[in-house]
Design a protein around this ligand. Structure first.
Ligand SMILES: C[S@@+](CC[C@H](N)C(=O)[O-])C[C@H]1O[C@@H](n2cnc3c(N)ncnc32)[C@H](O)[C@@H]1O
Length: 271
């Protein structure tokens, strides 16, 4: 599924990185990334968080951008050209292809919620961290605080009279609660667990531009929309844009939606 939306993510990579710039800096702060560190980014997609971390680790450090979707990793590799300390790898966040204790820090931006067993994925991340190495993960906060995405999903669900994505499928809001997220890191064996919320308002040129962009990024949604008849897609678009016009506010010559993420961090145990 994520392979099929890699072109949309490549086209929008700079927009995503700009939208999440302040939150990503908070993620790298939480992971305490400094010059010379060896850093692994999990579920990296186009690698925006890892590429930002490359500026912190400098030429003496190293970054691995990893994802289980080969097409996403290809995008990350293209974006890493000119950064000799950055390499890429294809693997699942639950089966990391690295030796025990190899990294100073492991980071993840909007990937942990898609793991079938998030606690197991954190445990696997802890395995590849040196003793007291840092783990930090960003997830979306509650759907009600992220109308830029929630309204698009609502419009699909209302069209068919069922929740979207279905409750049995892991989706963008599967780890949207601070206590739940903290418990996942603790279940993974991390110590000193801390969770903070960071606001991530999303700007757009117009409601139409917002509608045209967001479905390209939402993996399950993009797949579902592509399979629909054009008139059904049109009805969903109209419903989403009506709701988007209500939920956004003007900010100069743009519109802005509210947004919120959670950033959870913890440390691998002593040896
Ligand atoms: C919402 S995108 C986030 C991309 C990127 N981290 C960012 O913030 O720009 C989710 C990413 O998680 C990846 N992903 C989903 N499940 C995964 C898994 N089990 N192992 C590794 N990557 C996974 C997808 O391929 C996709 O690139």
């Amino acid at each position: 599924m994520w392979n099929s939306v890699a072109p949309g993510w490549e086209a929008n990579a700079e927009f995503v990185d700009e939208h999440l710039a302040a939150a990503t800096d908070a993620l790298l702060d939480a992971a305490e990334i400094t010059a010379g560190d060896a850093v692994l980014e999990l579920a990296a997609g186009p690698g925006g968080a890892g590429l930002r971390a490359a500026q912190r680790v400098g030429p003496e450090g190293s970054i691995v951008l990893s994802d289980d979707a080969a097409e996403m990793v290809a995008v990350a590799a293209r974006r890493a050209i000119g950064h000799p300390q950055v390499s890429t790898a294809v693997f699942d966040q639950s089966q990391i292809n690295a030796e025990d204790g190899h990294f100073d820090a492991v980071i993840s931006r909007h990937g942990l919620m898609f793991a079938e067993d998030p606690g197991g994925a954190v445990k696997e991340a802890a395995r590849v961290l040196r003793p007291r190495g840092s783990f930090a993960a960003m997830t979306w906060g509650p759907r009600s605080m992220n109308p830029w995405l929630g309204l698009v999903l609502d419009a699909v669900g209302e069209q068919f009279g069922v929740p979207f994505p279905p409750p049995n499928i892991r989706g963008p809001f599967s780890l949207d609660d601070a206590a739940l997220l903290a418990s996942v890191l603790e279940e993974g064996g991390l110590a000193d667990v801390h969770v903070q919320a960071v606001e991530t308002p999303m700007h757009s040129a117009s409601v139409q531009a917002w509608w045209e962009r967001v479905p390209q990024l939402a993996g399950p949604l993009a797949t579902a929309l592509a399979a629909m008849e054009p008139d059904v897609r049109g009805q969903i678009a109209q419903r989403a844009m009506n709701a988007g016009a209500q939920a956004s506010r003007r900010d100069g010559d743009q519109i802005v939606f509210s947004g919120s993420v959670l950033i959870a961090s913890g440390r691998a145990p002593e040896d």
